[in-house]
Structure formats: C-alpha cells, structure tokens
Design a binder for this molecule. Structure first.
Ligand SMILES: Nc1ncnc2c1ncn2[C@@H]1O[C@H](COP(=O)(O)OP(=O)(O)OP(=O)(O)O)[C@@H](O)[C@H]1O
Length: 302
C-alpha cells in the first residue's frame, strides 16, 4: 500500500463510541450535561458527524505489509539518530545514537529531565526537523528523502501536535484555530466547518467558538489545541508537556482524553515530559538522559 493510500485510510471518521465517551466525560467534568441536549443524545452527534462511519482499529486498515503492533513494521523507526547543534566553532550533540521503534496504537511516554533532549527528539518524531546522522522512518519511509513540501504534507496528515504552550494563533478565534490544519489540507470549507463544530463539541467547547485564545482558560486552550490536533484525523498525536501549564484536575482530564483516543480510536499517542505522574497512562516508557536512551519499560497494564 502506498503512503498516499495509507493517508487516505487515515482520513476516515472518528469512532462513535469514543465520541460518546468523550462527550460524557466532558459533560461530567465541566458540569454541562444537564443543559446540553446534544451531549445527552449521542445519536445526534453520530448522525451529524462529518467523519462518516465508525473507523476502529486503524491497524486493520493498513494492509498486512504495514501493520504494526504485533507485526514487523513500526509506524516510526529511529535508527542510530544523532542531532548535533552547531554553535560557531562548537558542536553539541543533543541526541546520541537513538534507536527506537514506535508501533501503532501505543501510548508512549518519553520521560527525561530538563535538557535531556526530549524536545529535540519530539521535533524529529514529528518530522519538524531531520537528524544530523541516522534515519527517521515514518511508515518505512525515510523522512530525510522527502523535500520540504512533501514533509509538510506527511506531517499535516499523519501527525497532530499538542504543545505545552498551546500554540494557538492569538488573532484567530477558537473555530478558526481548529479550521487551520484543514485549510492546509484543502478541505471543502463547509465540510471543514462541520468538522470543526463536531470536534469542538467533543472537547466541550461548542459555546466558545468565537472566543479568541486570550478569552479562554488554560484548560480550554489546550482543549482547542486537542480539537485542532484531531482536525485531519491523524493516526499519531504528538504532545510536548501537554499538561505543563494546567492544574492537576484539568491536566488529568486532558490525559484521560488522550487515553480515550488511544484505547478507543487506536491512535498512537506520544508524549514527551519530565512529569513522572504521566507514566500511569503509558503502554511503554522511554527514559532519556543526556541525549541517550537510558532504558525502555513496557507496562503490563494501564
Ligand atoms: N538550537 C540549539 N542550539 C544549540 N543547542 C541546543 C539547541 N536546541 C537545544 N539545544 C541543547 O540540546 C539539549 C537538549 O535540549 P532539548 O530542548 O531537547 O531538551 P529537553 O529535554 O526538551 O529540555 P526541557 O525539558 O528543559 O525542555 C540542551 O542541552 C539544549 O541546550
């Protein structure tokens, strides 16, 4: 199966049971369930979903040559990856020979202290940067072989980003921020707006569509960022300290939400963090220190 076909497969809809679960959680957490008939009526959401029919288990749609979790081919594979920053005469190796395979449907936590190379690694996993040495393969394709525009297309369709600082565009309102990735993917404007509405319902922000980021709380901003990360229904969600700027309760809600995406949607969740609290959500933990993988732990049960 070609990468384009795989990407097309990934563009199918969000799962209805996940939507219901997420809505219930959002309603429960934000105390909105009593006043919102749509939240109490999942049929309405399902009927209005612009993402079409259920699409559980992305892996099953990939074709045997690309299936991952128990198979041979990882979704992302790093082989002897080095990242060397040049500062005048001085070279600094932020990553030193990283080998890592990430499989579809994992909830991977990359844990390490400040300066250990987490963000550098995230930039490589997210195809935002290329390695100085070694290879990063996404669906068996070496990203170094792609030109900038090909890389942007792959990144846009395969990966949803969530950042500690939310990275919302300050002059765009909530709805426009969620629409943004779809604009780059040339979505039909009307369908794009339907999708944005749908995603904002999932994260419990239907009533904040016209608010600017400055008119939202931290937790609401991060929920907008999550809705935006899901806009093109990517198979991979990559998050850099997603709860770093949130209080514990809101942070837990965000993580439960991501956990739901992994469990019910089969999405691959990758979080880089220094926060040990997050490991309870992981299926695997990668410990990184001084640019090297110290150890990798597989978690028996979540
Ligand atoms: N552009 C750059 N030029 C030079 N050195 C850099 C650059 N970016 C990062 N570094 C260095 O690389 C190392 C790893 O940085 P990185 O941001 O990946 O760490 P981190 O684990 O994400 O840290 P934190 O948790 O504090 O964000 C650090 O020592 C940092 O100073």
């Amino acid at each position: 199966m070609t990468l384009i076909k795989i990407i097309e497969t990934f563009k199918k809809k969000l799962n209805a049971s996940y939507v219901l679960k997420s809505l219930e959680k959002a309603a429960d957490f934000y105390g909105e369930s009593d006043n919102d008939s749509e939240i109490n009526n999942p049929g309405v959401i399902t009927k209005n979903s612009p993402y079409g029919g259920p699409a559980r288990n992305f892996a099953k749609n990939l074709g045997s040559e690309n299936t991952s979790r128990n198979g041979e081919v990882p979704l992302i594979k790093l082989t002897n990856v080095w990242k060397i920053y040049q500062m005048g005469e001085i070279e600094f190796a932020a990553l030193k020979g990283i080998n890592l395979e990430i499989y579809e449907g994992e909830f991977l936590i990359i844990l390490g202290p400040s300066g250990s190379g987490k963000s550098t690694l995230m930039n490589l996993l997210g195809c935002l940067d290329i390695p100085s040495k070694g290879t990063v393969c996404l669906n068996s394709k070496d990203i170094s072989e792609l030109n900038e525009s090909e890389l942007a297309v792959v990144r846009g369709q395969m990966i949803g980003f969530i950042f500690q600082s939310f990275n919302l565009l300050p002059t765009l309102n909530t709805e426009e921020n969620v629409l943004l990735p779809m604009e780059f993917q040339e979505e039909n404007r009307q369908i794009a707006r339907q999708k944005a509405s749908y995603l904002l319902e999932i994260v419990g922000l239907s009533d904040k569509k016209k608010n600017l980021p400055s008119q939202l709380s931290g937790g609401q901003k991060q929920r907008v960022a999550i809705a935006r990360s899901l806009a093109v229904n990517p198979p991979i969600i990559l998050a850099d300290e997603p709860t770093g700027n949130l209080d514990t309760k809101t942070g837990d809600y965000i993580l439960e939400f991501l956990d739901g995406l992994q469990k019910s949607e089969g999405k691959t969740i990758i979080i880089v963090t220094h926060d040990l609290e997050l490991v309870k959500y992981a299926t695997r933990i990668v410990y990184i220190r001084d640019g090297e993988i110290e150890k990798i732990e597989t978690c028996k049960e979540k």
